[in-house]
Design a protein around this ligand. Structure first.
Ligand code: FE2
Length: 298
């Protein structure tokens, strides 16, 4: 069963047509019964469309410019096409194939709310980290991109992909609570200092659970666990570590390997991939390393 209906540009009835240069809808508008928003998205962005809240609610996504791929349905929609959601119960995942502008019209404010997911607040916190520790901010974005690519390749979509990529983007959020002098120490850490660094996996717990959910937090909490049980905080082994955290660990380590730091020069991609292969089965999930390496060779 389809969870939405596509109305192609040549089928759009005149009553549906939204004028492109209707500038007064540029700003988001909503009251209790209606919300109109215009979303500008760059290439390769993922958008999750939550189910409509009630039986008589609906929402439409009109493609003003660009094009998007719809996961699950293996369809592409182009400028002029419109997606209509009514009576749906699944989260839909779409990806922009180029710069895209969508006009969203939802019949109830609630139906659209989760799209924004309190991201503004948490993004402000991440910017704060970036100021405190430049590396963490940029590293988070790169890890997010790697995890997203690998996640899509492994079949993650909608809610599961959302949780996975959120965890990737915010995996080091807890570092905001670590004292500057430890975080930015230009030399090796003492054992005591390392114990403090380790706490970053749980320090942002409340923020993550309140703004996202517990699943996202569990992935973050386990991202330093290692396949052979040598990681922290709990020394979990193999499948006892959730798959998303095993996947995040590979992407996180890979980015750390190839990045220059004050105290070390980054490795080349080839050397880092080789190192991952050597550590597959000990530090990292061997099956996931295989997928990660294959993703780079394509
Ligand atoms: Fe970390």
């Amino acid at each position: 069963m389809n969870h939405f209906k596509i109305i192609r540009s040549d089928e759009v009835e005149s009553t549906y047509i939204v004028k492109r240069k209707n500038s007064h809808i540029d700003k988001k508008y909503h009251d209790n019964h209606l919300q109109v928003s215009k979303i500008h998205m760059s290439t390769d962005r993922i958008l999750y469309i939550d189910p409509v809240a009630s039986q008589d609610a609906y929402k439409t996504y009109y493609v003003l410019e660009g094009s998007c791929y719809i996961y699950g349905d293996d369809t592409t929609v182009y400028a002029g096409d419109m997606l209509v959601f009514k009576n749906t119960d699944e989260v839909q995942t779409i990806k922009t194939l180029e710069e895209t502008v969508l006009l969203v019209h939802a019949s109830q404010y609630d139906v659209y709310k989760t799209l924004e997911d309190n991201q503004e607040l948490i993004n402000a916190i991440l910017l704060e980290i970036q100021e405190k520790d430049h590396y963490t901010g940029e590293h988070s974005l790169r890890v997010y991109e790697l995890v997203k690519k690998l996640g899509l390749r492994l079949g993650y979509v909608s809610r599961s992909l959302n949780n996975l990529t959120k965890a990737a983007y915010y995996h080091d959020l807890g570092k905001i609570f670590i004292p500057d002098e430890i975080l930015n120490k230009p030399a090796l850490l003492t054992p005591d200092e390392f114990e403090i660094i380790k706490e970053h996996v749980e320090l942002a717990r409340d923020m993550i659970v309140e703004n996202f959910n517990d699943t996202v937090y569990q992935i973050i909490y386990q991202h330093h666990e290692r396949y052979n049980g040598s990681g922290y905080p709990n020394g979990l082994k193999g499948d006892a570590i959730c798959k998303e955290a095993r996947l995040l660990a590979i992407c996180d380590s890979f980015d750390a390997m190839i990045t220059d730091r004050v105290y070390k020069k980054g490795k080349s991609v080839e050397v880092a991939l080789q190192e991952l292969k050597e550590l597959a089965g000990s530090q990292y999930d061997p099956e996931l390393v295989k997928e990660f390496v294959a993703m780079f060779l394509e």
